[in-house]
Design a protein around this ligand. Structure first.
Ligand code: NUP
Length: 214
């Protein structure tokens, strides 16, 4: 995946006019938008293709897919059929669930991102102890794309070490959650940024400032 300016916008707004206002201001600098449950549940899955039709962007669906294999397969297929270019899948469910998601994405000529460890403090309790194993499972399965936290640079570095230089890592947690863009991009290929851009008084200026920091 090629991410323009190494920044992915997390478009977690629930109003279409607001979403389009932010996209108008940011898409001159960005080609990758992450949509998740907030916008999809508020506006319906049609919003994925609408955004793709109206802006020249690729869409990552952050649905953190975490079910049994048969259900993962359906979620991945339907999401990709709604127009998403890739989908984020949890790794903690194990290799059968992840493999079903991976195979279905490949059938659609698309890709999954494997979520290893999360960026929020609560993830230290259950996810951190298994994150390195999740990353290793991804490597063993031939997965190329990963999600790892910008808020915990030591953990991000460790996951980079496991998945290797050829893997593509996207990293959430820059800005409001406390991660720093320069530190994050030492180990990740792109930073996922939401609130510090879309809640800013001037999203375009904030984005320009972030790009200048890289
Ligand atoms: O570990 C994760 N942390 C995280 O924040 C995995 C994620 N997918 N996210 C998502 O990244 C989160 O749901 C939100 O869409 C985005 C970060 O947004 P913000 O904290 O920059 O507003």
């Amino acid at each position: 995946m090629k991410v323009k300016n190494q920044i992915i916008l997390a478009l977690d707004v629930e109003d279409k006019d607001e979403a389009y206002k932010i996209l108008d201001q940011t898409t001159p600098y960005l080609n990758t938008i992450k949509i998740g449950y907030p916008i999809t549940l508020a506006l319906g899955p049609q919003i994925i293709q609408q955004i793709k039709d109206d802006y020249n962007v690729q869409i990552i669906a952050d649905f953190k897919v975490a079910d049994i294999d048969a259900t993962n397969e359906k979620i991945v297929n339907t999401t990709l059929n709604w127009g998403a270019d890739s989908i984020i899948v949890h790794g903690f469910t194990g290799d059968d669930s992840v493999l079903a998601a991976k195979n279905m994405a490949e059938k659609n000529n698309k890709e999954i991102f494997l979520l290893t460890e999360m960026s929020h403090p609560g993830a230290d309790r259950f996810l951190k102890p298994v994150a390195e194993e999740i990353a290793q499972m991804g490597v063993d399965m031939g997965i190329k794309n990963y999600v790892a936290p910008a808020t915990k640079t030591d953990r991000l570095a460790k996951i980079r070490e496991i998945v290797g230089d050829e893997a593509f890592i996207i990293s959430p947690g820059v800005g409001v959650q406390g991660g720093k863009i320069q530190d994050t991009l030492k180990y990740a290929d792109a930073a996922i940024i939401g609130r510090s851009i879309y809640n800013s008084d001037n999203p375009q200026q904030t984005l320009e400032d972030l790009i200048n920091m890289i």
